[in-house]
Design a protein around this ligand. Structure first.
Ligand SMILES: [Zn+2]
Length: 64
């Protein structure tokens, strides 16, 4: 059994979760106001990281 995936908010916002975890987190998200609030704050992060990555040289060639 896994614990409540509160800590997955960031990974979810960044699209880093596996499809299974992604789904599991979404079912948690609809019931968890804490995560909803946190997700709101993180909503801008992916775009921000994208911007940062664009400015830096693409050292990380990792792809999911
Ligand atoms: Zn939560």
């Amino acid at each position: 059994m896994s614990p409540p995936p509160h800590h997955e908010v960031a990974a979810y916002a960044l699209g880093l979760l596996d499809p299974e975890d992604h789904e599991a987190f979404e079912s948690h998200l609809v019931e968890c106001v804490d995560c909803q609030a946190e997700l709101r704050e993180l909503a801008d992060v992916p775009a921000l990281l994208d911007e940062i990555r664009r400015r830096r040289s693409p050292l990380e060639g990792r792809q999911g």
